[in-house]
Write a protein that binds this ligand. Structure first.
Ligand code: ZN
Length: 357
């Protein structure tokens, strides 16, 4: 046996690789991700329709992973980010509204077919982890991510760990009640946050003014050829950027509601940074300016406590797959340590953080 090197060997250029798979309602996006969060190779397929059996979605996942690992990369684990409730042990999708999964033991069935360790997470948890490790929350140990899409999803990283909750369902911020007896939500309750601060809320308000033939909606009307049903969130953002007063006002309103809800989250969780992602976050300061202002005016203990930063997410659509891959890579390293006994450390000085999950 040769002498051990006097200093730790340098990390390999890419570190251990993992595959991340982000399963959305319409697309399955996957990529090979290195230890610095870079996507080395990517692929995507259509998500099988929800009427199909769970096996169809599973087949699609197996196909994209096999496609990616066929290049001979040394992939150590596969991470799945799925929109839905994922049990806290990261093995079972309890409920996925856009898929036919109900109590689906995804980790076991995929692990068998792929012969790699598989970790399943909620997609918002994965995105929050990615922003914490490689994005807008780099270096921040206490981070809350709020995703403004059709609804509001969220992820929590406290003390450098993903907080999933006892049942895996933490971070469902969209259904916090911010307005007593407010607008009806599809969850059955009234006054949920996502009825006021989401992409759907933005489009709903704009369409209401268009349908009422409001003179303030003239510009938006022209953008969709007089068809309110064609209006989308990105179109409102575009109009706001180009100076349309109504579009700016509507984004400002969404921003204010965002700040109000974030102040409640700060009271409960006290993070150092809120990272705002999802489609609506593309509006940048047109959204975040009003959010910061409302937050400052609502924060409990304001003036007597440090205030969290509110920043725009950096990783965009790839946050889910990057985070899922990294959580799987870290998780697989943890399993290796456990298998080898508590005193064993990963060999080769690979860049695996000890602050994983
Ligand atoms: Zn609700």
């Amino acid at each position: 046996m040769s002498e051990p090197a006097p200093t730790a060997p340098p990390p390999t250029a890419l570190g251990p690789l993992a595959v991340g798979v982000d399963i959305g309602g319409t697309k399955v996006a996957a990529g090979v991700v290195d230890a610095r969060g870079r996507v080395l190779r990517r692929t995507r397929r259509d998500t099988p329709h929800r009427s199909k059996s769970p096996r169809h979605v599973e087949d699609t996942i197996v196909a994209v992973v096999e496609d990616l690992v066929a290049h001979g990369d040394d992939v150590v684990a596969v991470g799945i980010g799925a929109a839905g409730f994922v049990a806290a042990d990261r093995s079972t999708v309890v409920f996925a509204p856009h898929l036919s999964w109900r109590q689906e033991p995804l980790r076991e069935s995929l692990g068998r077919r792929l012969a790699l360790p598989v970790f399943v997470d909620n997609d918002a948890n994965a995105a929050a982890w990615a922003e914490h490790r490689f994005g807008a929350g780099r270096g921040e140990s206490h981070l809350v991510m709020v995703n403004l899409g059709t609804g509001i999803g969220g992820g929590i990283v406290l003390d450098g760990r993903v907080v999933r909750g006892r049942f895996g369902i933490a971070g469902e911020f969209g259904h916090m009640r911010v307005v007593p007896d407010g607008l009806r939500c599809e969850c059955g309750n009234r006054g949920c946050w996502e009825q006021y601060a989401s992409g759907n809320a933005l489009v709903r308000e704009a369409r209401a003014l268009m349908s009422a033939n409001s003179p303030v909606a003239t510009d938006l009307f022209a953008r969709v050829g007089g068809r309110p049903e064609d209006l989308t969130g990105p179109l409102v953002t575009e109009a706001a950027r180009e100076g349309d007063a109504l579009a700016r006002e509507l984004l400002g309103e969404i921003g204010r509601w965002l700040g109000v809800g974030i102040a409640d989250l700060a009271a409960a969780l006290d993070p150092g940074t809120f990272v705002i992602g999802g489609g609506v976050s593309a509006a940048g300061d047109l959204l975040l300016g009003p959010a910061r202002q409302a937050f400052a005016g609502q924060l409990t203990g304001r003036g007597y406590r440090p205030s969290a930063k509110i920043v725009q997410a950096e990783l965009g659509n790839e946050a889910g797959l990057v985070g899922a891959a990294d959580l799987a890579r870290v998780g697989a390293a943890g399993m290796a340590w456990a298998d080898a006994g508590d005193t064993a450390m990963p060999s080769g000085g690979a860049a695996v953080p000890a602050d994983g999950t």
